[in-house]
Design a protein. Structure first.
Length: 406
């Protein structure tokens, strides 16, 4: 039986077309882009083309607004550190409680080691940013506001254009971690107020270890890595040519297919979600009422343990996640769900299904075939569940609660 992969927000399969585009750059075209001979100039041309594909996917006005990096984490770090270094008179960062650790651990470190003031704005139970609190947090000391375009655990989409405008009113820069948005929803930076944007290759069917940072023309930038003059002096180190070519190819494919795939993936996600909700009681979609990415569904099963659900899914060849890959295994409930005030009984039982263009209707059919059995089995084994629901069912005579389903 083919394994079913529903963890595409953790990483995606590198597209075979992307792999094919990369291969020559390990063999015949192994040159260093900085060399003046033909080996170098051929490779430099391939980097230029890749940069144009990324520029096009972002709708960026100039190709030199795109800096290749090692991935989303580096882009996030480079953006925030540059904003601080360029504005020494401003020592505050405004960010959001449900950001990725690539932003949250960095700002925690900056607070501790450099005395940077960090204001972390909260979200409501739908995962939506408290915009009034965000506006109130911005001020003359704000160097940069950083709010992700879309959340990796819930898919919630944030109004980044609006938020960038508010940041500018306070004279601050605006950065967005768009790692989960790029390639999934249309992005157009041509007349945008966004100053900096992070993206990562492996979330859009390119390889791991490659990404980009968009820095709008006119925004001052201080590099994270110093050395050679690569990337116009903004990111030193010999370019990872095969990966850059791969990211370019992935961006080219995404730009062409984004609308069609959005529709296809959304239909599969909705079928999965509605199927689960209809067949299984006492579960709910986390952040289901907010604007969301088309590929993500985070479903919380009351009184159950997500690790147990994932284990049962694994046994029938289905891979999903209990939130961010970085947090799973630690048994700590997700900081995203906690910030959303998800009730304690649902917090431990949240499963994230994240789809991609590689998923088929058959995949979803199989998940819907096995989920009711898995969940009712675990419910029958959960003392917490029996406590909360069996007594309720017994006293109300409500036929909705059936435990002995095989
Ligand atoms: C995956 C991810 C990152 C980290 O990107 P890497 O390329 O793995 O370093 C950052 N932010 C978000 C929202 C992500 O989903």
């Amino acid at each position: 039986m083919r394994a079913i992969y529903l963890d595409n927000n953790a990483t995606t399969r590198t597209d075979p077309e992307v792999v094919a585009a990369m291969l020559p750059f390990f063999t015949e075209q192994f040159g260093n882009a900085s060399s003046t001979h033909t080996f170098g100039s051929e490779v430099a041309g391939a980097v230029r083309e890749a940069r144009r594909h990324v520029q096009n996917l972002l709708g960026a006005a100039h190709d030199h607004e795109v800096i290749f990096t090692s991935g989303g984490t580096e882009s996030d770090n480079a953006a925030l550190l540059s904003a601080l270094e360029n504005q020494p008179e401003r020592n505050q960062i405004v960010t959001m409680a449900v950001e990725h650790p690539a932003v949250l651990s960095l700002v925690a470190y900056l607070r501790q080691s450099r005395g940077i003031e960090v204001t972390t704005v909260g979200v409501n139970e739908n995962g939506e940013l408290d915009i009034e609190a965000y506006r109130a947090a911005l001020g003359p000391r704000t160097a940069v506001a950083s709010v992700m375009w879309a959340n990796n655990e819930t898919g919630t989409i944030y109004p980044v254009e609006l938020l960038a405008g508010y940041a500018h009113e306070a004279g601050a820069l605006f950065h967005t971690d768009a790692v989960q948005a790029v390639g999934k929803i249309p992005i157009d930076l041509s007349s945008s107020a966004i100053d900096m944007l992070s993206l990562s290759g492996h979330k859009l069917h390119a390889p791991k270890g490659i990404g980009a940072l968009y820095v709008r023309k006119g925004v001052k930038f201080k590099p994270l890595l110093r050395g050679g003059r690569q990337e116009r002096g903004r990111r030193a180190g010999t370019e990872n040519i095969p990966a850059i070519v791969g990211l370019g190819k992935a961006a080219e494919i995404a730009a062409v297919r984004i609308e069609e795939e959005q529709t296809k993936v959304r239909a599969l996600r909705d079928r999965l979600e509605q199927g689960v909700l209809q067949q299984i009681g006492n579960c709910s979609v986390v952040g289901g009422n907010a604007e969301r990415l088309p590929n993500t569904s985070n479903i919380a099963f009351d009184c159950l343990d997500s690790e147990a659900i994932l284990h049962k899914l694994e046994q029938v060849g289905i891979a999903a996640s209990s939130g961010s890959a970085c947090a799973s295994g630690s048994m700590e409930p997700s900081h995203v769900l906690r910030a959303m005030n998800v009730p304690a009984t649902a917090l431990q039982g949240a499963i994230r299904f994240s789809l991609s263009r590689d998923n088929t209707p058959e995949d979803i059919g199989r998940v819907l075939d096995v989920m009711p059995g898995i969940i009712s089995k675990l419910q029958s084994m959960s003392p917490l569940w029996r406590d909360r629901h069996e007594t309720k069912a017994a006293t109300s005579g409500d036929g909705e609660y059936v435990f002995a389903r095989s």
